[in-house]
Design a protein around this ligand. Structure first.
Ligand code: SF4
Length: 442
């Protein structure tokens, strides 16, 4: 049968969807190419922000007519939104054209539920929070078509941090680390399929291993992964500053194929707000980690996440954040307006900030950060960077896009013989806020 996967949300979901595809493929199903040809439609959902949830529900609703015209198909909903009990109930009662609802804990079972539904037409709901499920062993499901030059690999699931604004611990459960052997086997299989770059993924990669026997931690896992032959680049995300240790930084310094790219979400630059967010660190602590990072890797790319308009954030609190951002000089900051998620402590906090104020603050933040991003990129003009080629740029086929070790987009004029996943040298000639451009160096 033919399948189509529609993905909403974050990088975790972007990573999970190809895994679902691999699992379906291993049962003999093929990608449909377009949704109108699909017998199986999987909607991998997100509920981190209200807009992501509304968009996913809107999309699922739009499939009702398609199901009426094609009663033999299966529409399956998985991901964080499916795990959220109130939304799963809405899907059960109001979206009767959905055949399978499968939470984050049951992802490995999803293809089998789909097969079961296709054979007997009985709706299946599995949204139970269970920690005894088997892990997906992707190396056993890789298809011949999985020859991408880069891939993402989950190293841990769930989160124990309970930041007061975040729904993730409620829908992805407590932290559990995948076994190092399983991770390394998966990476070896990907490398055998042509992969040159791996991004290790987790809600908090830095706390990897605390639940495993044998003194595992993230630094030790990086050492193991780094030793896998044929792997040119290793990246990871997301890091929690509280668990980003000096030991980790010192270990990375010894591993040349671990990219000097660090995404270290600060979320706010005001201690009172950080405390209300339950982030578990102060700006002084963050400043110290950043200094140690830059001492070891002066040319590293450092990016961050920031939330504006957290409940109770005053003009003074926000001014402190602006000052801190100006001081940290990040290469880029991914900025978000606080989105109220029911079930989280912050949703019921007093003094919710009006939408208009949030929008103004977001603009103020970007007005400070964007010139810093540009200045950080301008420092690279005249330098030669090693880049990994990605493919023709979206707007001009005569220009190729690539990524520097620091994860920056580098554009250069195309030449014959380029393939995605090649390491090339580019001399940087021009810097913009979001990318760099230059010429290939022989
Ligand atoms: S660390 Fe905080 S923001 Fe990140 S997933 Fe966990 S609870 Fe959410």
């Amino acid at each position: 049968m033919l399948y189509h996967i529609e993905t909403f949300g974050c990088q975790m979901n972007e990573n999970d969807s190809p895994i679902i595809g691999d699992l379906l493929h291993s049962l003999g199903h093929q990608p449909a190419g377009e949704i109108s040809k699909a017998d199986i439609i999987v909607i991998n959902t997100c509920c981190v922000r209200e807009t992501a949830e509304s968009r996913a529900l809107g999309f699922i609703g739009s499939l009702k007519h398609y199901k009426e015209l094609n009663p033999g198909i299966c529409i399956a909903v998985c991901g964080c939104m499916a795990q959220k009990s109130d939304t799963a109930e809405v899907l059960r009662k109001k979206y009767r054209h959905v055949g399978v609802v499968c939470g984050t804990f049951a992802m490995a079972q999803l293809p089998y539920y789909i097969e079961q539904y296709l054979s007997d037409g009985q709706r299946i709901f599995d949204v139970e929070e269970r920690y005894d499920r088997e892990d997906i062993q992707r190396d056993k499901h890789l298809s011949e078509s999985d020859n991408n030059y880069k891939a993402q690999v989950n190293i841990n699931y769930g989160c124990n941090n309970f930041c007061s604004y975040c729904i993730v611990p409620y829908v992805r459960g407590r932290e559990r680390s995948r076994k190092p052997q399983v991770i390394c086997d998966e990476i070896r299989a990907l490398v055998a399929h042509g992969c040159r770059e791996i991004q290790l993924l987790g809600q908090n990669v830095n706390s990897y291993g605390h639940d495993l026997e044998g003194n595992w931690d993230f630094a030790r896992l990086l050492e193991e992964v780094s030793a896998i032959e044929g792997l040119d680049r290793i990246r990871f995300m997301t890091s929690h500053p509280r668990d980003f240790s000096h030991h980790l930084i010192d270990t990375i310094a010894k591993l040349p194929n671990v990219c000097r790219q660090f995404h270290l979400p600060v979320q706010a630059g005001c201690n009172r707000i950080l405390q209300e967010m339950n982030r578990g660190y102060t700006k002084e602590y963050y400043r110290e980690i950043l200094a140690h990072l830059r001492e070891n890797f002066p040319d590293a790319t450092v990016t961050t996440d920031l939330i504006v308009g957290f409940p109770g954030e005053t003009d003074e609190d926000f001014a402190e954040t602006l000052e801190f951002i100006a001081e940290c000089r990040f290469d880029a900051a991914y900025t978000f307006i606080y989105s109220r998620r029911s079930g989280t402590p912050a949703a019921t906090m007093p003094d919710q900030v009006p939408e208009e104020v949030k929008k103004q603050r977001l603009q103020q933040l970007m007005d400070i950060q964007n010139p810093i991003s540009l200045a950080q990129n301008e420092k690279l003009v005249g330098k030669t960077l090693v880049v990994m080629t990605e493919g023709p740029s979206r707007t001009n086929a005569e220009v190729w896009s690539s990524r520097s070790e620091g994860g920056k987009i580098v554009l250069f004029p195309a030449v014959d013989g380029l393939q995605p996943g090649m390491l090339k040298k580019v001399r940087i000639e021009k810097a913009q806020t979001w990318n760099l451009s230059g010429s290939l160096v022989e």
